[in-house]
Ligand binder design. Structure first.
Ligand code: ADP
Ligand code: MG
Length: 396
């Protein structure tokens, strides 16, 4: 993969940077600025190299037309604060305002174009339409730096097509994401433990399939665990169950056995009488979930068991919360895994949007992990072993 250094001397050059600034908003207030902060090192490096930086990014799904509630204004303001220098936001993407803003831009300065998804060509399935927008974006700059890891699995104009027009390279964030996730999927140091949770088995088929034969230990929690428990013949009450995946899961259990992969399932479950923060709840054995109760977290004994399987692992990949961590009563399992990863000496990677959100929401120090991915879908696709179009286009 080409890196920024391959672009040569950037003094006086205009650099178009695709960042991922798709932050959660409450009105115009950013509730988690992780992605803004993660985009800073690349922009700073380019400024230090004497370049003028033009940032392009998306926010939400405005559906291909300008909508004020999807303006990048809050992200531009936050970026300016973190960078400690002004960020000029154009009023449009490739129109008069963008052209004027870019024309006035000098070395060491930062401009941002409005939401790239204000233009329906960005996500068009028609190659020529995307290429047309990419050409207009490319006209603003001398080189392109792809740093929006959260979108590299998308074949979109500002991610894929523009990289075919301008000399292109991966930014520092994309580089770090790819290095970390590859280290965890290709030749991992062993023992290699994979912790999987989240809502459904069917969301994670590709990930389970790819990691099943690579890991030494596969720890299963979250909503998907009930399909595993059902495959073992246990009754799961009214827990999340994918009846149509039971055979698939039986196949996983058999493959694991053949390959000597240890599958670790919870021994106890925190069950609730309803799906609510104030539900009545109790801990029961995993093979004794009562009728009418639903499992919303792994139990404390399981959390300790999982922690012990993480403690001595040299590589740990975690995707998917162990329970409904959004409710305080059911955050224990997710806490157990997060803390065990922080305490472990091994290389620890968190992939998946909700898992990363859980780490921050529960107040853990992000520095305690080797890597927390900024990309939900993109990190899952890398863990699945897929070729991502936005990365393939950056190969030498
Ligand atoms: P990620 O985004 O990290 O890949 P997912 O999107 O697969 O994770 O799953 C996250 C969601 O799974 C969370 O919102 C959480 O509440 C839910 N979840 C976890 N355990 C359960 C459970 N036992 N029952 C229902 N939902 C669950
Ligand atoms: Mg998710």
């Amino acid at each position: 993969m080409k890196t920024i250094d391959s672009l040569g001397d950037l003094t006086g050059k205009k650099v178009l940077v695709r960042s991922d600034l798709n932050v959660p908003l409450d009105g115009t207030t950013i509730t988690d600025d992780g992605r803004v902060r993660a985009s800073v090192p690349t922009i700073q490096k380019l400024l230090d190299a004497g370049a003028a930086v033009i940032v392009t990014a998306h926010l939400g799904r405005p559906g291909g037309e300008p909508k004020p509630e999807y303006s990048l204004a809050p992200a531009a303001a936050r970026l300016a604060e973190v960078l400690g220098r002004p960020v000029t936001l154009a009023k449009d993407l490739v129109g008069d305002s963008a052209k004027e803003t870019v024309a006035a831009l000098e070395s060491g300065q930062v401009a941002m174009l409005e939401n790239v998804r204000y233009d329906k060509r960005e996500t068009s399935k028609v190659d020529e339409e995307r290429a047309e927008l990419a050409k207009e974006l490319a006209a603003f700059a001398d080189v392109f730096v792809s740093d929006g890891f959260g979108v590299v699995h998308r074949k979109q104009a500002s991610v894929y097509d523009v990289a075919q027009i301008l000399p292109a390279a991966a930014g520092l964030l994309v580089q770090k994401e790819v290095e970390s996730l590859s280290r965890a999927t290709t030749n991992p140091e062993r023992p290699y433990a994979v912790v999987l949770g989240g809502s459904k088995v069917s969301d994670k088929l590709g990930v389970i399939g790819n990691l099943l034969t690579k890991a030494d230990r596969l720890l299963i929690g979250g909503g998907m665990v009930f399909t595993f428990l059902a495959a073992k013949g246990y009754s799961v009450g009214s827990s999340l169950l994918e009846q149509d995946q039971i055979d698939t899961v039986k196949g996983y259990l058999a493959t694991a056995e053949e390959n000597g992969v240890e599958i670790v399932l919870p021994t106890d479950i925190e069950v609730a009488d309803k799906f609510a923060a104030d539900a009545e709840h109790k801990t029961v054995a995993a093979d004794a979930i009562p009728e009418g109760w639903m499992g919303l977290d792994i139990g404390p004994e399981s959390a300790a068991l999982f922690a012990s399987k993480i403690a001595d692992a040299k590589t740990i990949v975690w995707n998917g919360p162990m329970g409904v961590f959004e409710f305080e009563a059911f955050e224990g399992g997710t806490r157990g895994v997060a803390q065990a990863m922080i305490d472990a000496d091994g290389f620890s990677v968190v992939g998946g949007g909700d898992s990363a959100a859980a780490v921050r929401r529960l107040g853990y120090d992000e520095g305690g992990f080797s890597h927390i991915s900024t990309g939900g879908g993109a990190s899952l696709e890398l863990l699945e072993g897929k070729v991502l179009p936005g990365l393939a286009v950056l190969e030498d």
